[in-house]
Design a protein around this ligand. Structure first.
Ligand SMILES: Cc1cc2nc3c(=O)[nH]c(=O)nc-3n(C[C@H](O)[C@H](O)[C@H](O)COP(=O)(O)OP(=O)(O)OC[C@H]3O[C@@H](n4cnc5c(N)ncnc54)[C@H](O)[C@@H]3O)c2cc1C
Length: 482
């Protein structure tokens, strides 16, 4: 029997990266065979894919070059090499950009994650691994263990539970609440085939102008939609194109700044230095990315709030750059006047049988100057929201009922301690639970891209291994005493 029983709920990138790190660390540290049993609960067949890397549309590409993504976050080109070796390039030559970098379809990355996980679990004597293909419905604490109820009514028990349920579904954008339930409103663009029913001459409103907007434009154009498209966000900012080479540059240790404005000033100064050396601004952002958890940790809550309110939209379009294939396509569709990017807000909407009327107020104008536009489809491209995570995610809702989790004070995820344990409503760390992935962002800052998620996954794997080693030591001591 295993000494430590672990359940991981969710089987997206975060869960797979955590499991791979645990396997890797257990092997490196010579952990005794059979120390862990790890059951990963995920209804999808492909592990490591989750929402992002299950995308079926081949136009939905990773937004950084393949050399910069892998399961471990160690900067190696494992995924790039794997992609070239498997022959995926021949199947989709468009993944090769002009500079030779690969931007494969996101599903290819999902396949890579699954392959690496299967390889390592098959060869690990330390961890007995099982994929439970179900949805978990609730987690209950009992004595010093946890019971996880599954959709088929059965339950599993564990010493530790790692919660990796990923992105909550996107919220309804303000002003569009009346569209809930309308079959002309596409609330979740990440659902497979979400825009498949859009007709060739439908006029489409894309609410949100970030990376998801680019994906939707690619899907709609590929399926032959030639109707007029409008992409709308409050500022009308779109992601910058991915720079072909990136080399971290600058002295960006901003973790001693307690104010956002100090970090901003220092960043601008580093960008000026970069320009002086004929380097792009993206090299400075790359350096900041490597330190963003420390920078976030240094800001008091009021400054974090200030960043979210005023700077995040600008940060996001520079930080989350578009794959060059998507960037070129969006620009081409704009140039052909089939797509306009607008800055403004929605002040009203009325669903009808065959269309949706939307009142849009251009940025900077009063509400009376709003104009009514008519679309056949409205697509929500505003992205995930963590505002109601303890209500919308059934696992966190069940834990909130037991007062074992609470929202962070920014209401973008869960309140966690420095070891990624949730903090209970009484303010105590719940040490049998770990939270990894986007739900940690209120406490850790930007845990969005694969490298940052992998870093958090590795840290949690180290703490879980520590817990297993301690328990192992206890049992050996108990045997010696008896
Ligand atoms: C559309 C999109 C594209 C992205 N592209 C990139 C990119 O190109 N490069 C990059 O670095 N980052 C990218 N990201 C960011 C990042 O890599 C992903 O967000 C990351 O995959 C998050 O992984 P996750 O495992 O935390 O969550 P998710 O991917 O959301 O996975 C969570 C998993 O948990 C499962 N689950 C949820 N609830 C339960 C339950 N109750 N029981 C059982 N299973 C459950 C779900 O089925 C899902 O498979 C992208 C994100 C999105 C949304």
């Amino acid at each position: 029997m295993a000494l430590l029983d672990i359940i991981v709920i969710g089987g997206g990138f975060s869960a797979a990266s955590f499991t791979l790190h645990l396997l890797d660390l257990a092997a490196q540290q010579g952990v005794q065979p059979g120390t862990f049993r790890l059951r990963l609960i995920e209804p999808r067949l492909t592990l490591g894919a989750g929402i992002a890397y299950s995308a079926r549309d081949p136009n939905h590409r990773i937004n950084v070059a393949a050399t910069r993504m892998n399961w471990s976050g160690d900067g190696s080109d494992d995924f790039d090499r794997w992609t070239r070796e498997t022959g995926a390039v021949a199947e989709d030559p468009a993944m090769v950009w002009q500079d030779g970098s690969l931007y494969p379809a996101r599903a290819v990355f999902g396949h890579y994650m699954h392959t690496r996980l299967m390889e390592l679990t098959a060869s690990s004597p330390q961890i007995a691994f099982e994929h439970v293909r179900q949805r978990a419905e609730a987690v209950a604490a009992f004595e010093d263990r946890y019971r996880v109820r599954l959709a088929d009514g059965s339950s599993l028990e564990a010493d530790l539970v790692v919660l990796a349920t990923g992105h909550p579904p996107p919220n309804l954008p303000r002003g569009l609440e009346v569209l809930a339930g309308s079959d002309r409103f596409i609330a979740d663009p990440w659902r497979p085939g979400a825009v498949a029913d859009v007709q060739a001459d439908d006029r489409v409103l894309l609410v949100g102008t970030g990376l998801t907007m680019g994906d939707m434009v690619a899907s709609l154009r590929t399926q032959g939609c030639g109707g007029q498209m409008m992409a709308l966000s409050r500022r009308g900012l779109i992601p910058r194109p991915r720079a072909s080479t990136v080399e971290a540059f600058g002295d960006c240790d901003f973790s001693h700044f307690a104010r956002v404005s100090q970090s901003l000033k220092a960043m601008r100064s580093e960008i000026r230095k970069a320009r002086g050396e004929s380097r792009p601004w993206s090299d400075v952002l790359e350096r900041i990315r490597q330190q963003n958890m420390d920078i976030w940790a240094a800001w008091p809550q009021a400054e974090r709030r200030r960043f979210l309110r005023h700077l995040k939209p600008y940060w996001d379009v520079h930080r989350f750059q578009a794959a060059p294939q998507i960037d070129s396509l969006v620009k081409a569709v704009c140039n052909s006047r089939h797509l306009t990017i607008e800055a403004g807000s929605i002040v009203g909407a009325r669903p009808h049988a065959k269309s949706i009327e939307v009142d849009i107020k251009p940025r900077g104008l009063p509400a009376e100057r709003a104009k009514t536009h008519v679309f056949e489809r409205v697509v929500n491209c505003t992205g995930a929201s963590g505002a109601h995570i303890t209500r919308d995610d059934p696992i966190f809702a069940s834990l909130a009922e037991q007062r074992l989790v609470r929202s962070d004070s920014l209401r973008i995820g869960l309140d966690l301690d420095s070891r990624s344990h949730p903090v209970s409503c009484e303010g105590k760390s719940v040490t049998g639970l770990f939270v990894i992935g986007p739900a940690a962002r209120g406490c850790l800052g930007e845990v969005t891209g694969a490298p940052e998620l992998a870093l958090q996954a590795r840290r949690v794997a180290e703490w879980v291994l520590e817990a297993g080693t301690l328990k192992n030591g206890d049992q050996v001591r108990q045997k010696q005493l008896s």
